[in-house]
Design a protein around this ligand. Sequence first.
Ligand code: CA
Length: 228
Amino acid sequence: MKQILIVEDEPNMRLGLKDNLEFEGYKVAVATDGSQGLAAIESNQYHLVLLDVMLPELSGFDVCRIARERGIQTPIILLTAKGEEIDKVLGLELGADDYITKPFGLRELLARIKAVLRRGPNAKKEPVEASIGKMTVNFSSYSANVDQEQVRMSHKEFEILKYLWEHRNHTVSRYQLLEDIWGYHEQPTTRTVDNFILKLRQKVEQNPEDPQIILTVHGVGYKMLEPS
Ligand code: CA
């Protein structure tokens, strides 16, 4: 049974969430302020934490930041109030996995919970930096280097490279790339994909004529071999 911790100071909210989540089959524990919440998170027994932002003692942001600083990977969904738009971004930067704005519907919350639980605590562990062929790329700052020299890459090139890297050792079809990188509504052709791949090969392959990193899977698409 999945265990969820609710950190929320408003009694009605806390109780309502607890009842609903228990009804959905989760085992639920509660904490009523930030420091109590942090202590509970540190016990490391929960699969997920619902963390209110405006809390007595420590704010939800503080709790999230401190927990991550201490190496705790438990997924956290922040509960933010309306009008805290800027804070959401801050929350995600502090290591939260998702946020939901009050007032929210139960269905939406349950969907978020399921999605975060599915991604699991390892979702954030992927390093942002990778060595791909002769290139070192940082997917968070969108910068790339070859032999200490900065390489100019378009945002689209970064996106495609990241996508291939996240799916490394698996074949990615041209259509998959079109759908996931360009979206349904733009209308590039599979030729567009091929042209981007050619450009990327120029940058990562020792010999772009004989690719060893981004391979062609004939009739389907491409496959990035695990960069070592
Ligand atoms: Ca509150």
